[in-house]
Design a protein around this ligand. Sequence first.
Ligand code: FAD
Ligand code: FES
Length: 385
Amino acid sequence: MSSKNGGFSVRGVREWLEAPAAAVAERGGRLNVLRGAVARVTTPLLPDDYLHLANPLWSARELRGRIVDVRKETADSATLVIKPGWGFDFKYEPGQYIGIGVLIDGRWHWRSYSLTCPPNWSDPEAGGKRVISIAVKAMPEGFLSSHLVSGVPVGTVVRLAAPQGGFVLPYPPPEKVLFLTAGSGITPVLAMLRSMDRRDMVTDVQHLHSARTAEDVMFGAELRDLHDRHPSFTSHLNLTGEHGKFALAGLDEKFPDWRERQTWACGPAAMLDEIEHHWRDAGIADRLHIERFEIERGAVGEGGTVIFGKTGRTAEIDGATSLLEAGEAAGVQMPFGCRMGICQTCVVTLSSGHVRDLRNGDEHREGDKVQTCISAAAGDCTLDV
Ligand SMILES: Cc1cc2nc3c(=O)[nH]c(=O)nc-3n(C[C@H](O)[C@H](O)[C@H](O)COP(=O)(O)OP(=O)(O)OC[C@H]3O[C@@H](n4cnc5c(N)ncnc54)[C@H](O)[C@@H]3O)c2cc1C
Ligand code: FES
């Protein structure tokens, strides 16, 4: 903190005050000075305890948010409007996702959800405050999605992981766009459409969305409204309960110029696999952008005792539980992002033993870097975390 001549510099003081809150992303930084200052004056006691007493959304070391509204979209889906606390960066890109952690029975459960709102969104229904929204479809037997759709009370404080992901619409948007979505796969594309609409930059966009019945279509009224207001946007619905799945062989007839369009696709794994092959066979894989919500698990590990080396904690796990889930359950602060094998944020070094990739059964050994979100123990092992 001291300056070159032994006195105090303003910059030094500022850095010293900011240091305790350095891990919290924030543009502008003024809030970090305040956060850090609170941390400094309350040290050696935990600053978060004091901040939390004043406002549960204030935290010097993690992003938090409060659920301010839950809006039913269909029988099994809902939009959650969340007011983020200190440090949340509202300048995300349309199509990105956040991590959300919910405390249930004393354990934090984390999942990823695409933001459905455009960047820097103020919701008139939330008093014009800057908020974010996600839309969750309850999965059969899905633990957290069912809770978020039909059990989570307004006012619940959640943890948040900052927006990330490369499935984004560039600005300005391409001249010709094709969106292919199904089910909850509409969510990141909705953020793109809402951003285009808000910026009044709706280029030539064709959107084919599939759902089982008309009642299952998420945001159906909004899609119709966009279709009616923007001559360059066409919304096509395919009700699979009546017409079956859309066959890609029909692309030439429905969208004769599909090869010229930048395409964003999000939906069930089988649909995305088919689309990926089709675009690759057509030699235009570079025009395709895909977002996957689920891992295809083709393997299980053997299970075993996992030692989290830096913390000294251990967990006995079966061969289907990921190392990430095991670490979180054991109270280890595990790094993570997508939780689906996409982003690499969860990579740690395997100090000893073996682990297995749950997607393809590949085995990793001592010294390998492993993605904990899609790896399970193949016998006893130690992770450098
Ligand atoms: C980048 C990204 C963005 C996403 N965006 C959205 C979004 O906008 N909206 C949305 O609704 N979802 C989204 N998801 C999916 C979301 O993160 C959750 O995976 C989803 O809500 C299910 O969570 P859950 O806790 O209900 O299910 P889980 O309890 O985690 O189970 C998920 C499904 O897998 C099955 N399953 C569970 N464990 C196993 C196992 N060991 N072996 C085989 N099958 C198993 C369950 O039966 C269930 O059907 C996104 C995912 C990613 C990666
Ligand atoms: S959390 Fe993204 S790859 Fe594991």
